[in-house]
Ligand binder design. Structure first.
Ligand SMILES: *Cc1c(COP(=O)(O)O)cnc(C)c1O
Length: 345
């Protein structure tokens, strides 16, 4: 087998959910949008349901429909994009709870699914999704009169604890939701770490479940092992890969491994990335190709059969930093070509 292996530790995801849950005294939901950040929404959500999660969030109704099949009846599945034209049948059929984010969505929902539960998404300053204060003021009473399940908003700068935007949005959210008798939710992973003022009745962690920053105490979740296809020895002056981007200065042993940018190993990380062969740290050399990467294994005592690209020695955030991006983008880019292996007790 030459495809790289992506191992996903479902028990670690459950442990991360429990650890985030333990930081608050309110309910903890789980965000499994974008196929659980690329790691497999069905398996992840089933494991989290077993750990006690009762509420899940997805971005799109289509994701909710597919998740309902995996979870069966019972857990609540909420949709961040709300009730879009064309979503009505999916919302009804899969018992999804849309987070309505505009007057137009509210009208659509009332016209088509009047008695079907919904949430309201408020814009507390991010200017991305949700009703603005004036819009909400005009609609609040009508919204409260129906089967309203929750009111939520989202923080723009929660990964920067000292950012003035955090208390500003907290104040806005508090003002907009004062006197409501339904659960309120403001925080994702970053907000949980900001402290109890930000927790309200329900938190919505995503990245922290999957081992990414800003949840520094997260357990490692994803491991990528890549088989070595070929080994060659080069002499000073010889180059490796496209564009002759790397040239040997001393005699070197180069392993060609079976993964590339088609697997989400972004070209941009090439000059800064490393892999592990056992205890030996090996530098990526030359440009990352679509399906192949060169690594310098000169210092390995034995020729490795495979190398570790992501795992205990190199976190998603370390890889992200090498590529000038964030862990979220690394995880959601990993692609469909891996042999996926799930660890679960
Ligand atoms: C993605 C998302 C989350 C989860 O955010 P993390 O930073 O991954 O914890 C929560 N709420 C909303 C509205 C989101 O879009």
């Amino acid at each position: 087998m030459t495809s790289a292996t992506l191992t996903i530790d479902l028990d670690a995801i459950a442990a991360n959910w429990q650890a985030l849950d333990a930081q608050t005294s309110c309910e903890t939901a789980a965000v499994v949008k974008a196929n659980a950040y690329g790691l497999g929404a069905d398996r992840v959500a089933q494991r989290l349901a077993r750990a006690g999660a009762r509420r899940f969030f997805v971005a799109l109704a289509e994701e909710g429909l597919s998740l309902r099949k995996a979870l069966g009846e019972g857990p609540e599945i909420c949709v961040f994009s709300g009730h879009m034209a064309g979503d009505t049948d999916m919302i009804r059929q899969a018992q999804l709870v849309p987070m309505l984010n505009s007057v137009e969505q509210m009208q659509r929902h009332q016209a088509s699914l009047r008695t079907h539960p919904y949430g309201i998404q408020l814009d507390s300053g991010m200017n991305r999704l949700g009703m603005e204060p004036a819009e909400w003021a005009g609609l609040r009473e009508a919204a409260m009169a129906g089967p309203l399940r929750m009111v939520m908003s989202h923080l723009a700068c929660a990964d920067e604890p000292d950012h003035a935007m955090n208390p500003h949005q907290l104040r806005m959210f508090d003002q907009m939701t004062q006197g409501l008798s339904v659960p309120r939710s403001l925080s994702a992973t970053g907000g949980i770490l900001l402290g109890a003022d930000y927790h309200f009745d329900l938190t919505r962690p995503g990245i922290g479940l999957y081992g990414g920053q800003p949840f520094a105490a997260a357990r490692q979740v994803a491991t990528i092992e890549v088989p070595v296809i070929q080994i060659r020895d080069v002499v000073p002056g010889e180059s490796v890969g496209y564009g002759n981007a790397w040239v040997a200065r001393t005699p070197a042993r180069i392993a060609t491994i079976a993964a590339g940018y088609a697997d989400g190993i972004l070209r941009a990380m090439g000059p800064k990335a490393y892999v592990r062969a056992g205890a030996t740290r090996c530098k990526v050399v030359g440009r990352i190709s679509m399906d192949l990467i060169g690594v310098d294994v000169t210092n390995c005592k034995t020729i490795p059969d495979s190398v570790e690209l992501l795992g205990p020695h190199q976190s998603v955030d370390a890889l992200a930093e090498a590529a000038g991006t964030i862990g979220y983008e690394i995880l959601t880019s990993l692609g469909a070509r891996y042999a996926r292996r799930y660890l679960e007790t």
